[in-house]
Design a protein around this ligand. Structure first.
Ligand code: HEM
Length: 341
C-alpha cells in the first residue's frame, strides 16, 4: 500500500510533496463531477450508467481523503499537514453545500464555481510549502481526558435527537405524508422553547470540542478506525454548521420558508434532477452515514477502554458501519422517490 511517510520530508521535491497539494486540487474540481452528472441525467431523463459512475466518483472524493489521511502515518509537521488536508478533503461534499447556501444568500451564486475552484487552487501551492527543517520536530499533542469525556457525554445526549430525526427521515419510504405526521409530533418536543436552544448549543458544543479533538489527534497517525473517527468528526463539524445554517438562517430567517419535506428533498424538481440540489445527495447520504458510524467509533473506544478485545471491538465497529451505510441508503432512496408498500 502507498505510504507517504518516506516521501514527505522538508527536502522533498514538489512532485514528492503530492500528498500536500493533491487534496486541494481534487477538491477544486469536485463540483464538476456533479455538474457532469446533471448534464447526463438532464439529457437522458434518468440515471444512466455513466451518470451513476460520476456519482460514485463524487463519493470517491471523501473516500480518497480518508485514504490519504491514513497513509500519512509518520511524524512531523508535514505528515500532520498531509493528514489534515486528507481530512479536509473528506468534508468537501458538505463544505460545498455550506459555501453554496451562503453565496446564494449573498446573491453571488452564479460566481460559485469560480470562487470555489480558485480558492482551492490557491490553497494547493500554499499547502505544499516546505517546512524549515528545524521546525520539523515532533508535533504530537495529548488529548485532554476531560475534553474527550465531555464530547462523549454530550454526544450521547445529542444522539437521542439524531435517532428520532433519522427515524423520521427513514419514514420517507412510507411517503411524505407519514414523514410529515411524525415530524409534526417531534417538533412539539425538539422545537419546545427550552429544548431547541439546548439542542443547538449541544450540537455547537460537539462541533467546537470535536474540532479541538481532531486537531490534536491529527498530530499523530493512527489505525484505520481512529482516522475514520477523525474524518467523520471533521465532516460532521462542517455538516452540523451547514445544516443549522440552512435550517435556521437560510430557511427560517432569510427566505421565510417551511423546513418541511419539500425543503429537505428539493421539491418539486427533486434531489437528482435539480442542478443545485444534486449536491445535497452526497451531503445527506454521508451526513447520515458518518453520524451513525461516528457514534460507533465512540462506542469502540469505550469498549477498548473497558478491556474488550481489539478483534471484537473492530468487528462490532464494522457491523455498525455496515448498518450505518444501509440506513443512509434507505433514507436517500426514500427521499428520492422509493416507496415501500
Ligand atoms: C438525510 C439527512 C437529513 C435531512 C434530510 C435533514 C433534514 C432536516 C429538516 C427538514 C429539518 C427541519 C425540521 C423541522 O422543521 O422540524 C432539520 C432540522 C435539524 N436537523 Fe436535520 N436532516 C438530516 C440529517 C441530520 C443530521 C445527521 C443531524 C445531526 C448531526 C441533523 C440535525 C438537525 C438539527 C439539530 C435540526 C434542527 C431541529 C429544530 O428544528 O430545532 N440533521 N433537518
Amino acid at each position: 500500500m502507498l505510504d507517504v511517510s518516506e516521501s514527505l520530508t522538508p527536502r522533498s521535491t514538489l512532485a514528492q510533496r503530492w500528498p500536500l497539494w493533491l487534496p486541494p486540487l481534487i477538491a477544486a474540481f469536485y463540483p464538476y463531477l456533479l455538474d457532469a452528472f446533471h448534464v447526463l441525467v438532464k439529457g437522458e431523463g434518468h440515471i444512466t450508467p455513466a451518470a451513476a459512475l460520476l456519482l460514485l466518483a463524487a463519493f470517491a472524493v471523501p473516500a480518497l481523503g480518508l485514504h490519504l489521511a491514513c497513509r500519512a502515518s509518520g511524524r512531523g509537521v508535514e505528515q500532520t499537514r498531509a493528514r489534515r488536508l486528507g481530512l479536509l478533503l473528506v468534508a468537501t461534499p458538505t463544505l460545498y453545500c455550506f459555501v453554496g447556501v451562503n453565496l446564494y444568500m449573498l446573491g453571488i451564486a452564479t460566481a460559485e464555481g469560480w470562487i470555489w475552484t480558485l480558492a482551492w487552487l490557491a490553497l494547493a501551492p500554499l499547502a505544499a510549502v516546505a517546512t524549515p527543517a528545524e521546525h520539523d520536530a515532533r508535533t504530537e499533542r495529548p488529548t485532554p481526558t476531560l475534553l474527550r469525556v465531555a464530547h462523549g457525554v454530550s454526544g450521547a445526549l445529542v444522539a437521542l435527537f439524531i435517532a428520532f430525526h433519522l427515524f423520521n427521515h427513514l419514514l420517507s419510504l412510507a411517503g411524505p405524508e407519514v414523514h410529515a405526521v411524525l415530524m409534526e409530533r417531534g417538533r412539539q418536543v425538539y422545537r419546545a422553547p427550552l429544548v431547541e436552544p439546548l439542542l443547538v448549543i449541544a450540537l455547537l458544543f460537539q462541533v467546537v470540542t470535536g474540532l479541538q479533538l481532531a486537531w490534536r489527534w491529527s498530530t499523530r497517525g493512527g489505525d484505520f478506525q481512529r482516522m475514520f473517527q477523525l474524518a467523520s468528526g471533521v465532516f460532521l463539524a462542517v455538516f452540523i454548521l451547514g445544516h443549522l445554517n440552512a435550517v435556521f438562517v437560510f430557511a427560517r430567517l432569510w427566505a421565510g420558508i417551511e423546513t418541511d419535506w419539500a425543503f429537505a428533498t428539493g421539491a418539486p424538481t427533486g434531489l437528482i434532477m435539480d442542478p443545485w440540489s444534486i449536491r445535497l445527495l452526497p451531503h445527506y447520504a454521508l451526513g447520515v452515514f458518518f453520524v451513525l458510524a461516528h457514534l460507533g467509533s465512540g462506542l469502540r473506544v469505550v469498549l477498548l477502554a473497558h478491556g474488550v478485545a481489539r478483534r471484537t471491538a473492530d468487528r462490532l465497529w464494522w457491523l455498525g458501519a455496515g448498518a450505518a451505510a444501509l440506513v443512509s441508503l434507505a433514507i436517500l432512496l426514500g427521499m428520492t422517490g422509493l416507496r415501500l408498500g
